[in-house]
Every structure is written in C-alpha cells, then in structure tokens.
Design a protein around this ligand. Sequence first.
Ligand code: HEM
Length: 150
Amino acid sequence: MVNFSGKPATSFLLTFLASMLLITSCAKTPQPADSLYQQLGAAAGLEQLVDGVLVEIERDPQIVHHFKDTDIARFRRLLIEQLCQLSGGPCQYTGATMQESHTGFAITPADFDNLVNHFIKVMTAQNIPVASQNALLAKLAPMYKDVINR
Ligand code: HEM
C-alpha cells in the first residue's frame, strides 16, 4: 500500500519548497552564464560566427566589393572584439566608430539587410536560439544610421 503518512510527505514538501526557493533566488541573481555572450558561445562561438559571416560576405556579389581594399584580418579581429563587448563579454572594442569606419563606402540599406541576413544564416547554422539571435540583432540595429549612405 502507498504510504501517505505525514513524515515522507512533509520532507517531500520541504525539499520541494527549498528547491523552489533556490530556483527563484537564482532567477533573481544575474548569472554570467546567462549573458548574451555566453548564449553566443563565448570567445569560440564569436570567432566561429565572424568567420562564417566573412565566408558569406566573400560569396555575396552585392556587398563583397566594399571590402576590396580592407585588411580582413584586422576587420575580423575588430568585429569579434566589438561583438564580444556588445554581448557583455570581457572585451573592449578598440576600433574606429561605426561612422568613421563606414564613411566613403556608400553602403545602401539593401547592403545592410544582406549583412544582417548573413548573420542570421550563420547563427542559425550554429544553433544559436532565435531569442539570442534577436538580442544580438537588436544591438546592431541602432548602428544602421552610422553605416548607411555615408
Ligand atoms: C551593424 C552592422 C555593422 C557592424 C557592427 C560593423 C562593424 C564593423 C567594424 C567593427 C569594422 C572595423 C572598424 C575599424 O576598422 O576600425 C567595420 C569596417 C567595415 N565595414 Fe562594417 N559593420 C556593419 C555594417 C556594415 C555593412 C552593412 C557593410 C557593407 C555591406 C560594412 C562594410 C564595412 C567595410 C567595407 C569595412 C572596412 C573599412 C576599411 O577597410 O577601412 N559594414 N565594420
């Protein structure tokens, strides 16, 4: 017969309440493991992301011409650094402002859309959750005005 007597039920209840308390208190304390940087796979994930985006840029006849005189190793390093800082990682971006670095390139809204789509494609291939993808894109969106038609 199943034992419904007081003691086990009480200790079960206490354990349950204790774990609920633990879950609630964890949810309130910001955990580095929850940061966007972690969701993007930290340093290794960001390197993989930027390398994937570089491949997509290279294959994209609409935008690749913008990069014909660019030092790609430097661009790669700075983009990783910038994404790391933007996502709350332990980095400080040391490159030029978005306005400075995009002036003279006459980048169009369609060019910007293409780059965003490359980010989405590569993040999806890396199994980054859609919510995390959107969180990164939301940080890039305000840069639009500094990148376009300069
Ligand atoms: C929010 C979107 C973007 C971000 C976060 C971003 C980020 C960066 C970064 C970090 C650099 C390096 C800055 C430096 O050299 O100090 C850079 C340079 C550059 N970006 Fe962007 N960029 C964005 C959009 C675009 C778009 C849409 C294009 C064109 C399709 C583009 C084309 C370039 C080019 C050609 C350079 C190199 C400039 C040079 O060679 O001096 N970027 N970008």
